[in-house]
Design a protein around this ligand. Structure first.
Ligand SMILES: CC(=O)N[C@H]1[C@@H](OP(=O)(O)OP(=O)(O)OC[C@H]2O[C@@H](n3ccc(=O)[nH]c3=O)[C@H](O)[C@@H]2O)O[C@H](CO)[C@@H](O)[C@@H]1O
Length: 368
């Protein structure tokens, strides 16, 4: 029997990679403790402003501030905006009488960690990247309770060596879905044909310009090879042109709030290597081609590499993703059911679906 929890504050913001695990964890809290009060802290401009209210949770926006470049406890002496943000976070923590603060990273987590530390409240950090994000590394000055999403993080980041491996909290719409059963409805939803393979393209929550332009430029070749495309443009990316007279569907959607429909329709995924994306493709046993974002400390390459090494996907450098590469590699793969099946099975070996429950157990330990 789990102990009771009455009120928690969840902090995390910026892009989908910090917000979706927070939401999945909030759902797990609600399942176990139907009366619980859940308050989320966000920053003024992050995607949390769309995603959290849409999911039906209470979002409190606290003032933005600039993180100092160096990681140090000068935080406590940085008055001005940092102080204002921490004071705002503290007022909310007091108002809702939070018993614990769980942070998922993004700048907004720092004032939440600081305010919780000052009140001697338990703090739990969930981190999915190597190296750990700057905000979470600051949070680690205030708590030893750090949970990670993937085994490689424990080996590759000194700061995460003693962390608890819990996996990534994923939305139940994804973890509980039966892909083959949902497939006909998903294909119908997007206007795709049931008799031809579907390449699902998504550059993560913000979208990826290189991927968008390369696939759009390969549209004719894909279509003439009988490959349908379901292409998510991404929340922060410019529209791109796709020829109108293609013989098979090429469907462009700006953003998918029901990502499970995309996964259900897909035979093969082409994506960046964001940690939550990797957690989702592997949880679903989805064969994928990963194109890591090249400008963020190699973190996306590290996310995708273990999956690729276990046979669950392919890795291609951002600079190598051209229409020619797509023609040479993606077209034959998308038509090879047997190889896709093997890749999917290998991906599933690496994936896990219980990150929400495992993180909840860790948080309950912290509180008790
Ligand atoms: C450029 C960059 O720094 N990206 C980082 C960012 O990626 P980003 O914010 O793109 O996050 P991820 O790729 O990890 O996750 C994207 C999430 O958005 C969802 N989604 C996406 C598109 C859509 O239309 N609908 C939808 O729901 C996906 O299902 C997934 O849940 O955070 C990740 C987790 O900290 C990091 O590993 C990435 O390196």
């Amino acid at each position: 029997m789990m102990s009771q929890l009455r009120s928690v504050v969840l902090a995390g913001g910026g892009t989908g990679g910090h917000i979706y695990p927070l939401l999945a964890f909030a759902d797990a809290l609600r399942r176990h403790f139907p009366q619980i009060r859940i308050t989320t802290l966000g920053s003024p401009k992050g995607m949390e402003n769309q995603l959290i209210p849409a999911a039906g949770y209470d979002l409190r926006v606290i003032p933005a501030f600039q993180l100092p470049r160096a990681l140090n406890l000068d935080l406590l002496r940085t008055p001005d905006r940092m102080y204002k943000s921490a004071a705002a976070a503290g007022e909310i923590i007091d108002e809702v009488q939070a018993e614990v603060v769980v942070g998922f990273g993004g700048y907004v987590s720092v004032p939440a960690y600081l305010a919780a530390w000052r009140r001697e409240l338990p703090i739990v950090i969930h981190e999915v990247n190597v190296p750990a994000g700057v905000a979470n590394r600051m949070g680690m000055k205030f708590t030893k309770r750090v949970a990670v999403g993937f085994p490689h993080q424990l080996e590759q980041a000194e700061s995460l060596r003693n962390a608890r491996l819990v996996g990534v909290p994923l939305r139940t719409g994804i973890t509980h879905m039966d892909r083959p059963a949902l497939r006909p409805q998903a294909l119908y939803h997007f206007g795709l044909r049931p008799d031809l393979p579907v390449l699902f393209v998504s550059g993560g929550s913000s979208g990826a310009r290189t991927i968008n332009l390369a696939v759009a430029a390969a549209a004719k070749r894909l279509a003439h090879a009988g490959i349908q495309v379901l292409h998510v443009q991404g929340g922060r990316n410019d529209p791109f042109e796709v020829p109108h007279d293609l013989p098979v569907p090429y469907v462009v959607v700006p953003y998918l709030s029901e990502m499970e429909l995309g996964y259900a329709a897909a035979d093969l995924m082409l994506c960046r290597g964001g940690a939550i994306t990797v957690a989702e493709t592997t949880a679903l046993g989805m064969p994928a081609i990963y194109v890591p974002y090249p400008f963020s400390n190699q973190e996306q390459r590290r996310n995708a590499l273990p999956v690729v090494e276990s046979g669950g996907g392919l890795l291609v450098d951002n600079s190598e993703l051209t229409p020619d590469w797509i023609e040479r590699n993606i077209i034959p793969l998308a038509r090879d059911r047997q190889r896709l099946g093997q890749m999917g099975a290998a991906a599933a070996q690496y994936g896990r679906r219980d990150g929400d429950e495992a993180l909840l157990r860790y948080v309950l330990e912290a509180v008790s």
